[in-house]
Design a protein around this ligand. Structure first.
Ligand SMILES: Cc1ncc(COP(=O)(O)O)c(C=O)c1O
Length: 371
């Protein structure tokens, strides 16, 4: 132990914050568990890999681009996003994954004594960023596994700066319809920033699912998040974006690190949205098949499960989730334990190709079926 005066140097909210430990690298896990394959069903990645045009483009990238800093504000990508969504480039901010943008938004709007409102069983980064920034995160229980608009509104006070809504929710797959969302935004009445995280937007095929981008003119306090990590399979390159009014983007940009999005990420994202209809359709078909298989398995085993929107499902298991995780890992199947996300003994499974899902179903049944 050093003699550093950490009591004085480290704020109490950092001392008390419990760090998140990501899983070991795949190669390390495969060595530890003596595996010849590992199926990643833990992070809601798109197992099909990026659209073919992206892979082709990346193979042709020359080493000459590496010594040069990336475009500091992702100008070309913002222009392409503006063209695609009928907005101006100034309405977009691109980040090193949408996780970085969560941080930028919190930095831009919150100061000591402020709070944010979100759900207690949702994507944890909203809560984490608030807490390690010394802010109160008001975590409102889900109602029937969905964000509860009334309870969230009741939690808002004069120090609430941001309300985070995950639509559809990771991990429950529930979503707010256009009506529910608009009623909520009407009630907020522009008094708080509302972040609508649409990380799984491209997976949702419901008629009443709202496109946040279409609501920006009506609600100037709205910020919509999207990511290239999920549908477009670019998680390793870390590209996320937000879209809002030019006025709000100009504010968030002040708290955002320029040059944080690397050149390959910008090039790949540009390519990914160029002609994506076939790719999105193929991915959706894969996810729908997998969702059907898993729902059927869990129903057959009499287990409670949640198979809503997004490329993931959850199931409550009669075994401890950490033990089940280890047992599945021994068979080369890595799922997400959910106890840490306030779902004791649930696991979340990403939806991928049929042969892998079949492998999962066989292993899961063998481990848990007592009949
Ligand atoms: C709801 C939600 N928002 C944001 C993210 C983060 O995405 P990114 O890779 O763009 O940081 C995730 C990743 O799992 C997510 O599930």
């Amino acid at each position: 132990m050093s003699n550093l005066p950490l009591d004085r140097l480290v704020p109490s909210h950092i001392r008390l914050f419990e760090p998140y430990y990501p899983s070991l690298p795949d190669r390390e896990l495969m060595r530890l568990y003596r595996l010849d394959h590992l199926h990643r069903l833990n992070n809601n990645e798109n197992a099909l890999g990026p659209p073919p045009a992206v892979s082709e483009m990346l193979e042709k990238v020359e080493a000459g681009v590496f010594p040069v800093y990336p475009g500091g504000d992702s100008r070309e990508l913002r222009q392409a996003l503006a063209d695609k969504h009928g907005k101006t480039p100034e309405q977009f901010l691109v980040g090193n994954g949408s996780c970085e943008l969560i941080s930028s938004v919190v930095k831009a709007f919150c100061e000591a004594g402020d709070n944010i409102v979100t759900a207690d069983q949702t994507f944890a980064v909203y809560e984490w960023v608030a807490e390690f920034s010394g802010l109160d995160a008001r975590l409102i229980p889900l109602k029937a596994y969905a964000f509860d608009p009334e309870a969230m509104l009741a939690a808002v006070d004069g120090r609430t700066k941001i309300i985070f809504v995950c639509n559809p929710n990771n991990p429950t797959g529930t979503y707010w319809s256009r009506d529910v969302l608009c009623r909520f935004l009407d009630r907020v009445g522009g008094q708080q920033i509302v972040v609508l995280d649409e990380a799984y937007f491209e997976y949702v095929e419901r008629d009443d699912y709202p496109d946040g981008m279409r609501l920006l003119e009506r609600y100037p306090n709205l910020i919509v998040f999207r990511t290239f990590s999920k549908m477009y399979a670019l998680a390793a390159l870390r590209v996320g974006m937000l879209c809002a009014s030019e006025e709000l983007v100009d504010i968030v940009r002040r708290a955002h690190v320029a040059y944080s999005v690397n050149t390959l990420g910008q090039l790949a994202a540009l390519e990914a949205i160029r002609d994506d209809a076939d790719f999105v359709a193929r991915t959706r078909a894969m996810v729908a098949r997998a969702k059907g298989m898993l729902s059927e398995l869990f129903a057959d085993m009499g287990l409670e499960s949640l198979a809503g929107e997004g490329n993931y499902v959850m199931v409550k298991t009669p075994m401890s989730d950490t033990l089940l995780h280890r047992k599945l890992l021994r068979q080369g199947l890595m799922v997400r334990t959910m106890t840490g996300f306030r779902f004791p003994n649930w696991i979340r499974i990403s939806l991928v190709q049929e042969p892998v899902m079949r492998e999962f179903c066989t292993a899961f049944r063998q481990l848990l079926d007592t009949r």
